[in-house]
Design a protein around this ligand. Structure first.
Ligand SMILES: Cc1ncc(COP(=O)(O)O)c(C=O)c1O
Length: 468
């Protein structure tokens, strides 16, 4: 009988895969020997494999290029990075090596844009697409950016009032976009997204407030389907509706030449993940082309704002199984040396699944377990994989420490987890390392941040503030 963990993985999945390989007993991720990281840095450990950011950006650019060529689509594609998926400088430094553009969602993002401009990471030709609900500070910052000469800034109007707020602070003529409020999936609690302006109101809004206004140049129509770019009736239906609005608006507005289809490319969340990116892009480009041809208007430049797709697959977390608690005949709890709530909050908040694999001991027999985090919150656990209702790992042994890895965790987890802040039961933020490769493919690692200390935490809590 095949009872080794490696047998289980081989029987359940196609393995090895592009980024996952085995070296004897240990897992390799993008040819990085994870046990070496564990030996060097200890656990719990978060890491970012920077080259994967550029890899994904270039994959998407090449898929769009191919689709545009195939469909004889005569306009351009602009890849924007949606900063809210990870705002860290090391992410920006890697992403902006690839001649891409930026999407912002709140006031401080503009300070980041200014910093990137100052440091030459982006330049005058970089599009800055400003999404989100805009009030005082955000409007002020956008206005400063435009007044200082960054002409490729495009605030996307999310509600009627923003137009006046922006105009009151921006001195000269400026570009704008309008966001369509998408209809939510039928199973959602409400019908229409709170973000943007309803389909039916877009053209009347343009005619009423933009058409004759010499200060405004409408350049972009924007939409974002909350549930992502998926091959289902809902997505195609929404896309077609948006294209119809684009065509109707384009007939009224000659300056309009951009369609922003938002973010929402999925990433690999399981070893069974299958998604035909090229097919989806072909279909999107094809639909836009057909609609524009029928209406006899030029096809728009396409903008995307991929967040998860840009950074998700660069991140990972490694934990040690500290101890096993057998709570009844069937339930064995492997206790990890950190907390899921702290380090992978989406697993707890929205039941998100990531790829989870043993890092070592692949030739040992396996068992079914539950994974428990160290907080006292009963919801601090992980108990199933994307494709099966259980977790299997090499058998716990006190003598042979077991390490487990969660992969493709690079998007949203730090901001939602409150990076560097206070965490449930004061379980500290783990050490975070950056992994890069030089032009010869040689790996280099550096510590981005050490594990949070008791001093860090007590300071936030105000201890010692009133000391003389
Ligand atoms: C307007 C907008 N664009 C892009 C994104 C990025 O989405 P994703 O990370 O799924 O690519 C979001 C995410 O919430 C968004 O609200």
């Amino acid at each position: 009988m095949n009872t080794k963990y490696s047998d289980l993985i081989n029987q359940t999945y196609y393995f090895p895969q592009e980024e996952f390989k085995l070296n004897k007993d240990n897992l390799q991720f993008h040819n990085i020997d994870l046990m070496k990281l564990v030996e060097k840095y200890g656990t719990p450990l978060k890491f970012t494999y920077l080259p994967q950011i550029s890899n994904n950006i270039n994959k998407a650019k090449s898929w769009f290029r191919k689709s545009m060529e195939k469909n004889k689509y005569e306009a351009k594609y602009y890849y924007c990075y949606c900063t809210k998926s990870s705002h860290f400088e090391y992410i920006m430094n890697e992403a902006f090596k690839n001649n891409i553009h930026i999407e912002t969602s709140s006031a401080f993002d503009i300070n980041i844009v200014e910093n990137l401009l100052e440091n030459g990471k982006i330049n005058k030709s970089t599009y800055v697409i400003c999404n989100g609900f805009k009030r005082d500070q955000y409007v002020e910052n956008i206005a400063r950016l435009i007044n200082n000469g960054h002409k490729n800034t495009i605030p996307i109007i999310d509600n009627y009032e923003e137009l006046d707020l922006l105009q009151s602070q921006i001195k000269n003529k400026f570009k704008i976009g309008i966001r369509i409020a998408a209809e939510e999936e039928p199973k959602f609690e409400f019908y229409t997204s709170r973000l943007g302006i309803g389909y039916k109101n877009i053209v009347p809004f343009y005619k009423r407030e933009i058409k004759e206004n010499k200060k405004l140049e409408l350049k972009m129509l924007h939409f974002f389907i909350n549930t992502g770019i998926n091959d289902n009736a809902y997505y195609w239906n929404e896309l077609v509706k948006c294209i119809k609005v684009y065509v109707a608006l384009k007939k009224e507005c000659p300056t309009l030449d951009g369609l922003n289809i938002g973010g929402g490319f999925p990433i690999k969340n399981s070893l069974t993940f299958e998604y035909d990116y090229q097919y989806m892009i072909d279909e999107i480009i094809n639909q836009i082309k057909i609609a524009c041809e029928e209406a006899e208007v030029d096809v728009p430049n396409i903008f995307t704002e991929f967040g998860s797709f840009t950074v998700g697959e660069s991140g990972g977390a490694i934990y040690q199984v500290l101890y096993q608690k057998q709570q009844n005949d069937r339930e064995k709890w492997n206790m990890i040396d950190s907390s899921f709530i702290t380090t992978l909050p989406d697993t707890w908040a929205i039941n998100k699944r990531f790829i989870m694999l043993a890092v070592n001991r692949w030739n040992d027999t396996y068992e079914r377990v539950l994974l428990g985090g160290m907080t006292c919150d009963s919801d601090d656990y992980y108990n199933s994989e994307q494709n099966m209702n259980a977790i299997y790992l090499p058998k716990y042994s006190k003598e042979k420490p077991l390490y487990i890895g969660f992969f493709n965790t690079g998007a949203y987890q730090e901001t939602i987890g409150g990076y560097g802040g206070l965490h449930h039961c004061l379980i500290p933020q783990p050490k975070h390392i950056l992994i890069d490769r030089d032009e010869n493919g040689i790996l280099a690692t550096e510590v981005f941040s050490e594990q949070q200390t008791s001093e860090d935490v007590l300071k936030i809590l105000g201890y010692g503030k009133n000391k003389n």
